[in-house]
Write a protein that binds this ligand. Structure first.
Ligand code: MTE
Length: 327
């Protein structure tokens, strides 16, 4: 019996980006066809398919508005432009729904109705929240953050949500609590992404922080992006956003937040500990074993996938907030 090998997307960052680029770069694609002199008859049809693709994608991004909301002035602008919404909505990592970047269609299977988040472990006030509870109890704000994936691509994204420390204040971790673990939604009937790997990988997806990291000003729970609720492909209805760390630390579609005494095992750190550390702070001086982290492919202008090379900043440029945590 032959097993189809589905490569892990961030083990082949360059190839993944290249194939996406070749597929989506409409101008180059059309030019090739014109060169083959079949352009005249086929072009309107391709244009039509691409238009349909965009319409479908846009429908997944068309989520209920979270406006009016205020942008936190400390995180209102960056020197880089905000990434085109269509790119943030179709260039994703969400392994539960597939091993490549184009998971946005599969991710529509995620059932987000009646979502509950269980918060417990070493806390004085364990609670299970539903989404409305969370949105009512913790005032929502917008924050524009840099986002840096360990695969060396980056974006600038306008998240909507609330600081993690607000939730901590309410549930009160006990003095024994040293870590916090986030668990993502998992149901093998639904999250059937890389099928051949589901048995051997440590599902559900989990991530964790030291509680001092969680209490940091930057640590954020996002329930929205671009002024509306999170699309499913971006981790609806609630995910972690930790802008000074590589993107894999930000667990999507969180169902459980648990305070613990010992450092919890986490997903990628369990799969390949030599490549995905527990701390995972963005660091241009510490190469990934298979690629440099000194620069990044900044994805911003749409609608077709393209990027510009930029230098990577220590702590992704957020040293003033977090450097003291690692002194
Ligand atoms: N969370 C879950 N549950 N499953 C995942 O596969 N991928 C991580 C992170 N959170 C992932 C996850 C990685 S590697 C990245 S870079 C970001 O989500 C991607 O977030 P985005 O798709 O919204 O850009």
């Amino acid at each position: 019996m032959t097993f189809i090998h589905i490569p892990k997307s961030w083990q082949i960052p360059e190839r993944e980006v290249t194939s996406q680029s070749a597929y989506f770069n409409r101008r180059r694609f059309l030019k090739t066809l014109v060169g083959a002199s079949i352009g005249a008859s086929v072009m309107p049809m391709l244009g039509c398919q691409q238009a349909q693709f965009r319409e479908k994608l846009k429908a997944t991004l068309n989520q209920p508005s979270l406006e009016p909301l205020k942008t936190n002035p400390a995180f209102a602008s960056l020197k880089r432009p905000i990434t085109d919404e269509l790119l943030a909505g179709r260039y994703n990592n969400f392994y539960e729904f597939g091993g490549g970047k184009s998971i946005w269609q599969n991710a529509q299977d995620l059932p987000t109705e009646d979502w509950k988040v269980e918060v417990g472990g070493l806390v004085n006030n364990p609670r299970t929240y539903d989404l409305d509870d969370l949105k009512k109890r913790f005032p929502l704000e917008e924050r524009i953050y840099r986002f840096r994936c360990v695969e060396a691509w980056s974006m600038v994204l306008p998240w909507v949500g609330f600081p993690m420390k607000a939730l901590m204040e309410e549930v009160e971790p006990t003095s024994e609590a040293k870590y916090v673990r986030f668990t993502s939604f998992y149901d093998p009937q639904i999250t059937s992404g890389p099928r051949f790997h589901l048995g051997s990988l440590p599902w559900p997806y989990t991530e964790a922080l030291r509680i001092e990291e969680m209490a940091n000003e930057l640590a954020f729970f996002a329930v929205g992006i671009y002024g509306h609720e999170l699309p499913k492909q971006n981790g609806a209805p609630i995910r972690a956003v930790l802008p000074w760390k590589y993107g894999f630390k930000g667990a999507k579609s969180i169902v459980k937040v648990e305070f613990t005494n010992n450092q919890p095992a986490t997903y990628w750190n369990t799969v390949v500990p030599s490549e995905y550390g527990f701390e995972a702070n963005v660091n241009p001086n510490q190469p990934h074993p298979r690629w440099s982290q000194a620069t990044e492919r900044f994805i911003s202008k749409g609608p077709d996938l393209s990027w510009e090379m930029r230098e990577t900043f220590l702590y992704n440029g957020y040293g003033e907030y977090v450097a003291n945590l690692y002194a």
